[in-house]
Design a protein around this ligand. Structure first.
Ligand code: ADP
Length: 914
């Protein structure tokens, strides 16, 4: 269109020029011109000097949308906006006045529509010299729009080009690949200058990475006119590689073959690296998946296997993945179906499951323990579509774990056992580290030290428990154990936290390799005590043995001596030539020897009874003043005979001097002590008596005799002990008197002790409880009184039942002064018979031990027919039981063998002196 306009314009200009040269339009020609003008398609007008339109073609009327009549002879002021009309008038005036043609683009608004118009205006003069303005208008509104669009497009392209140039690496090559143009980016990345690149081919930057086939494919594509895209590895000038994401666009010429190639490229080194990394990661992933020792799987929620790695196949003992896919649910799955339910419940609730332990069957039916972890993958709707999980065969681990647990349990049990047995045996264990010197103790070791279990033991505070005597020993032993690996086995003493002394047995062993010393620690306090006591007992037994031997030797001497006297002088008595004095002398010796022997036998019997626990008490009221007086009377002659004096000291009035005690034992105590005082004194005096001290009576027997050395003062109270074995006088006793005395004192609730000084004398003290009884009755007194009376008993008919002839003879002699008729029998039966035959019998002296029928039975029988006859039992052993038994069967009294004449006399007098 535009080109056509241009052609018309040219034609028109020529026409104008022609008219201009004529300078005048003839009036007849006006119509012709009008016709011609109407043929022209763009507006043409003629204005007069007053700007009124005188002539215009129809295109002119069209552009202004007006009829001819409304335009001719008028200015355009009414048609166009004021601003535009003023402009037009101004331009018109300029042309009319100057005659200089004007051409310019102007804006024309007609009925609200804007047009861009190109107007050209010229002046011509008619013949009269009137000025006219001829102009034409070209509506270039569309052209302008197109121009604007074109301009914008160009700008856009320029922008793109700029952007591309800035961001991309651009080259243009000719059809042969010779580089024609490069942008800065390409120079920069390739490190070549533009000059080096232009005129060269891309071989300059070829990295030799790609195959020939690769480039062939590229060339084939672009030569055929298609765009090629791909990643190309290139090399920089400095040898470094870089990747270009390249798009090669062929520019195809009219002959349909490319005449040049535009290559637009981006640096993709990073991208390529990422791709490579992804590829590598993918490789790694698949390699891991295949080679992992952990079983990896993907399954549907129903448990259908989507993928499983080799480890799973191996773990569940399948041959291949295909084999696994065909698994029977009995194999290669949970042993316990509930486990599967549990697995699903957890994974559905939490989206994942960890540390899920369960037992699985392998293909061959073995059971293995599996540790499973899995994650659920959901689709966009939130439904679980897949489980990704891992399986680990922990059967072996589990076994080891169980064995370990068992082992730990056993260790714990052993530890418990060790602690328990340690407790029983009082044996503790200990161990310390050579480097840290920190100690470990077992429970019992804490208990032995009497410390709380929170006590923190180490070598130093452990050693501090030892006594000052033991400390250097253990210290040295530990040092040697550390230095030389020496073991130790020591018996030592510790002082516990509660200040108790304990004997301990400490054994230590060094284990240098493991930097430790360990051992056991035993409380042997009890054993040590027992040991000490055993040693003491053994020493005592040895001592006793020695004493017994001494005693036996002594006894045999003691018995032999009087026996010798008796037998020797009895022999001498047989000599008829003896004088009366000699006769009496020998008889006295025999009597003395007999008494001495009797004393010894009595002592032996008493101590035996004490030791056998057979010595019984007979507690009765007894007046001690009377007893003391009696003893005084008894021993006075003997003391006097030794040229010494005897005193007594009764401190309580007689009526207050009655106590409840065993009269005979008190008598024996006092007698023994007084006898000893006489025996071991040769001069001075003997005094005995008592004083009241608190609840006790303190008795004493004091002499001025030989005294007792300090170191023997305790021992003399023991059996068979004599103060001085060498002592002449001491030899005349069995060493039993004081031990019997002591036993009696203690039985009566008192104590005995001695104060003595050698060469000065001794005082024996003993106490008895003072329990007063205000009774006037006193048997002893009666006996004493009776003893003092004249013997009025005579002419008794006496039966002596005694199987031993000597004893019978002795009895017969002893009772002869009271009797005019003595009947002798040897057995119990004979005794009954004799009694039966002699109803007038006064007294029977009944031996208890007789053949055929003993004294008890005989008495019992006799009592059946004779209740009056006085029966006195003779008991051989003097046992209390015998006495009671004899009284029980009907005897009136008893007398202990060997029978002493005065005792027998007293008894007879007791019953017949009325
Ligand atoms: P015995 O007198 O039969 O040897 P005892 O048991 O009565 O036995 O006495 C033990 C020892 O005590 C005596 O052997 C004697 O050495 C010593 N002894 C006892 N009483 C006295 C005393 N009054 N004076 C000196 N020594 C005494």
């Amino acid at each position: 269109m535009q080109f056509e306009h241009n052609t018309l314009k040219e034609d028109y200009n020529k026409c104008i020029a022609k008219h201009k040269s004529q300078e005048v339009i003839r009036p007849n020609e006006k119509e012709q011109i009008k016709v011609i003008l109407d043929l022209i398609e763009f507006p043409i007008f003629i204005k007069d000097n007053d700007h009124k339109i005188t002539l215009a073609n129809s295109a002119f009327f069209d552009i202004f949308c007006m009829e001819e009549e409304c335009v001719i002879g008028k200015t355009l002021v009414e048609t166009v906006p004021q601003k535009e009309s003023e402009h037009f008038l101004k331009v018109d005036r300029g042309v009319l006045e100057t005659g200089i043609s004007d051409q310019q683009e102007e804006e024309l608004t007609v009925k609200g529509f804007s047009h861009t118009i190109l107007t050209r205006k010229s002046r011509f003069l008619d013949n009269s010299g009137n000025r006219f303005l001829v102009g034409y208008i070209q509506d270039i509104t569309n052209r302008k729009k197109a121009e604007k669009i074109l301009q914008e497009s160009f700008k856009e392209i320029a922008d793109y080009k700029f952007a591309l140039d800035e961001s991309a690496i651009i080259t243009i090559t000719d059809e042969n690949g010779i580089i024609k143009t490069v942008n800065d980016n390409f120079c920069k990345i390739s490190q070549y200058t533009r000059e080096e690149l232009v005129g060269n081919t891309h071989r300059l930057i070829n990295s030799k990475f790609h195959s020939k086939a690769f480039f062939k494919e590229m060339w084939d594509t672009i030569i055929s006119g298609k765009v090629w895209r791909g990643l190309i590895k290139n090399v920089k000038k400095n040898g470094e590689y870089y990747w270009l994401d390249s798009t090669i666009v062929p520019f195809v010429g009219v002959n349909k073959s490319p005449y040049q190639y535009l290559a637009i490229r981006f640096d993709s080194t990073d991208y390529k690296n990422v791709i490579d990394n992804i590829a590598r990661a993918k490789n790694l992933h698949s390699s891991l998946f295949d080679n992992s020792a952990i079983g990896l799987y993907q399954t549907t929620p129903k448990g259908e296997i989507l993928s499983a790695n080799n480890a799973i196949i191996k773990m569940l003992k399948f041959d291949s993945l295909e084999d696994l896919l065909q698994r029977d649910l009995k194999t290669g799955s949970y042993v316990n179906e509930n486990k599967r339910i549990e697995f699903e419940t957890i994974i559905q609730e939490r989206g994942k499951i960890t540390d899920f332990e369960s037992e699985w069957y392998t293909k061959n039916g073995d059971i293995i323990t599996i540790l499973e972890e899995a994650t659920a993958t959901k689709n966009t709707k939130g439904e679980i579509v897949r489980y990704d999980g891992s399986l680990q065969d922990i059967t072996f681990k589990k076994k080891i774990q169980n064995e370990l647990i068992e082992a730990i349990k056993k260790v714990e049990e052993s530890k418990k056992l060790l602690n328990e047995t340690g407790k029983i045996g009082k044996v503790g264990g200990w161990e310390f580290n050579i480097d840290t010197l920190k100690q470990i103790w077992t429970e019992e070791t804490y208990l032995i030290h009497e410390v709380d279990f929170d006590f923190d033991p180490n070598v130093e505070n452990g050693i501090n428990f030892y006594t000052s005597a033991s400390k250097p020993i253990i210290d040295k032993a530990i040092k040697r154990a550390i230095e030389f690996g020496e073991s130790f086995d020591l018996y030592l003493e510790i002082i516990t936290a509660k200040n108790n002394l304990r004997n301990v047995h400490a054994i230590g062993k060094a284990d240098i390799e493991n930097r430790r010393i360990y051992g056991f620690f035993q409380d042997i306090t009890l054993q040590e005590q027992v040991k000490k006591e055993l040693i003491k007992a053994k020493e005592m037994a040895q001592e006793n043995d020695k004493l017994k031997s001494a005693f036996l030797a002594n006894m045999s001497h003691e018995i032999r001596t009087p026996m010798n006297g008796i037998l020797g002088f009895s022999e001498l008595l047989k000599n008829p030539k003896l004088s009366g004095e000699q006769h009496q002398n020998y008889i006295q010796i025999i009597e003395k020897s007999g008494k001495r022997m009797l004393n010894i036998i009595n002592d032996i019997v008493d101590i035996s009874k004490i030791e056998a626990g057979l010595m019984k008490m007979d507690i009765k009221e007894s007046n001690i003043n009377e007893q003391i007086e009696y003893i005084y009377t008894f021993f006075k002659p003997e003391v006097k005979a030794k040229g010494m004096q005897l005193f007594i000291k009764n401190t309580l009035p007689k009526k207050e001097a009655s106590i409840k005690t065993d009269r005979e034992k008190l008598f024996a105590i006092l007698t023994n002590l007084v006898k000893n005082a006489i025996k071991y004194s040769n001069k001075g005096s003997i005094e005995f008596g008592y004083v009241k001290k608190g609840d006790c009576l303190e008795f004493f027997v004091k002499d001025t005799g030989i005294g007792i050395s300090r170191d023997r003062q305790e021992a003399i109270f023991e059996r068979f002990i004599q103060a001085e074995i060498e002592d002449e006088m001491a030899r005349q006793g069995a060493g039993l008197g004081l031990s019997i005395t002591k036993a009696y004192v203690e039985m009566l609730g008192g104590n005995i002790w001695v104060k003595s000084e050698e060469g000065i004398g001794s005082i024996f003290y003993f106490t008895l409880p003072y329990n007063v009884e205000s009774s006037k009755r006193n048997n002893l007194k009666k006996i004493e009184e009776k003893g003092n009376t004249e013997n009025q008993v005579k002419n008794l008919k006496i039966l002596i039942a005694e199987d031993d002839e000597i004893s019978e003879m002795l009895l017969s002699v002893n009772v002869s002064e009271f009797s005019n008729e003595i009947i002798n029998v040897r057995t119990g039966t004979e005794a009954i018979e004799a009694c039966n035959n002699n109803p007038d019998l006064d007294l029977i002296l009944m031996d208890i031990q007789m053949p055929s029928l003993d004294g008890y039975e005989a008495t019992r029988q006799i009592r059946k027919f004779n209740k009056d006859v006085i029966i006195i039992a003779q008991t051989a052993f003097g046992l209390t039981g015998d006495r009671e038994k004899s009284l029980d069967v009907g005897c009136n009294d008893y007398i202990t063998k060997p029978i002493k004449k005065d005792e027998l006399d007293s008894l007879i007098k007791k019953y017949f002196n009325k």
